[in-house]
Design a binder for this molecule. Structure first.
Ligand SMILES: Cc1cc2nc3c(=O)[nH]c(=O)nc-3n(C[C@H](O)[C@H](O)[C@H](O)COP(=O)(O)OP(=O)(O)OC[C@H]3O[C@@H](n4cnc5c(N)ncnc54)[C@H](O)[C@@H]3O)c2cc1C
Length: 392
């Protein structure tokens, strides 16, 4: 372990808090300054589009209570001066460090000129506001974007008995994430559960009377809307790093050990980090999944303590799980890299199946619907470097 007298962590959510916990667990006894823009103790985001919308407020990460007031909450880092090893915060105060963990995550893409009644979902405040809107029983809910957040909100709104239309630019929602077989199944699954799917079209604007009344589409139609939820992906929170000299390109670009490119005292983790993944020939990846932020926060902090020579490459397999209208959908690896797919278990028509994804014959990803054991089987094969042909 190298000697670092003080470590700053920017971003007090999953990756940042895991970095904090790892440092303490490792016996690090220097100063840790945790800076977080939100006022809440570090919390889990997955429940925000699931149980919290149904009334369960418990989201705080286990162990976070121990932080008490010993962290800088509601404080933004606005600038980084790596030469002086200095952070500048929004109240003009400064934090000096010997080592820095960047864990500032991502924020939702927004449509310009969105009127009242149009929501995105990233924070506790977003979820509570949306919950109140859903409870008021809007007649027409429109979800923009059929990714996991859009799909989950559509599923929750249907469970509450609300009328839901889901708009997506692709012919089938999540096609680029889960492949065509699963995306076709998912489209049918949404329809079977009463969602009106409006695909292959783009939102161009809103009708409003002080509050949204309609969603205008590129095909000329307008969908009636009393409530709109936009789930159109996220952008990494890197604005504060402008002018720092760190390489920023769709996230903080890191080496395989999560050190920011060219820096020996700065690591990044979670949704904001982009690093070369050895399982994918060193391709730069940025992963927006809970398990990645969870594991990478720990790994980045340990690498920072170890120093570049003794640090370990981070090559965990990305994995993700969600529930929509009662079905369990899981992914592993990076299916979007594939040039070949095969259903290896079950049948989409039966609502239970697993698909393996390969590039040049080598396994790169897996998707399973209501088939968790099959997902594990393909996951192991990916990690072992197996080929698609070797799967039974
Ligand atoms: C509604 C929702 C549902 C989800 N469901 C799932 C799921 O089912 N499964 C799954 O695998 N993943 C899911 N995810 C994704 C998962 O929650 C994220 O991958 C994870 O939260 C990433 O953690 P992070 O710590 O990297 O970033 P974040 O959680 O984005 O946290 C970053 C923190 O940094 C703070 N910050 C930003 N800029 C600054 C600054 N300049 N100074 C100080 N602080 C700053 C932010 O306010 C934030 O608190 C979901 C996400 C959302 C929003």
């Amino acid at each position: 372990m190298r000697k670092l007298n003080s470590i700053a962590i920017v971003g007090a959510s999953l990756a940042g808090f895991r970095a904090f916990q790892a440092l303490r667990r490792e016996g690090y006894d220097g100063t840790i300054t945790l800076v977080g823009a939100e006022k809440h103790l570090p919390y889990n985001r997955p429940p925000l589009s699931k149980s919290m919308l149904r009334g369960d407020d418990e989201v705080t990460l286990p162990g976070a209570e121990e932080l008490g007031n010993r962290w800088l909450k509601g404080r933004h880092a606005v600038r980084l001066d790596p030469a002086q090893r200095r952070l500048i915060l929004d109240d003009a105060s400064e934090v000096c460090y010997d080592g820095l963990v960047i864990a500032t995550g991502a924020r939702p893409r927004r449509l310009p000129d969105s009127p009242a009644g149009v929501y995105t979902l990233r924070t506790v405040e977003d979820s509570l506001a949306l919950r109140a809107e859903l409870a008021a029983g809007p007649g027409n809910v429109v979800v923009i974007g059929g990714g996991f957040i859009g799909g989950e909100v559509a599923s929750t709104a249907r469970a509450l008995g609300l009328g839901v239309a889901l708009v997506d630019t692709a012919p089938y929602p999540m096609q680029n994430v889960v492949g065509t077989e699963t995306a076709r199944w998912l489209a049918d699954h949404h329809r079977d559960n009463g969602v009106e799917l409006v695909t292959g079209t783009r939102v161009t604007g809103f009708d409003q009377n002080g509050r949204v009344t309609g969603v205008r589409l590129s095909d000329g139609r307008t969908l009636p809307a009393d409530l709109v939820i936009a789930g159109m992906g996220v952008v990494p929170n890197t604005d504060w790093l402008e002018g720092s000299g760190l390489t920023v390109s769709d996230g903080v670009v890191c080496d395989e050990r999560l050190f920011a490119s060219g820096a020996e005292d700065v690591v990044a983790a979670g949704d904001v980090a982009r690093w070369p993944h050895s399982l994918y020939g060193g391709a730069l990846v940025r992963v927006e999944h809970w398990s990645n932020a969870n594991d990478q926060g720990t790994a980045a902090a340990l690498n920072l303590l170890a120093g570049p020579e003794n640090a370990k490459p981070f090559a965990d397999l990305p994995s993700f799980a969600t529930h929509m209208h009662g079905a369990r959908i899981q992914t592993a690896g990076l299916p979007h890299l594939a040039d070949e797919t095969r259903v290896v278990t079950g049948d989409p028509r039966e609502g239970r199946f697993a698909v393996a994804f390969a590039k040049d014959g080598a396994l790169v990803g897996a998707v399973a619907v209501n088939a968790p054991k099959d997902l594990i089987r393909v996951k192991r094969a990916i990690v072992a470097g197996d080929r698609l042909a070797s799967l039974a």
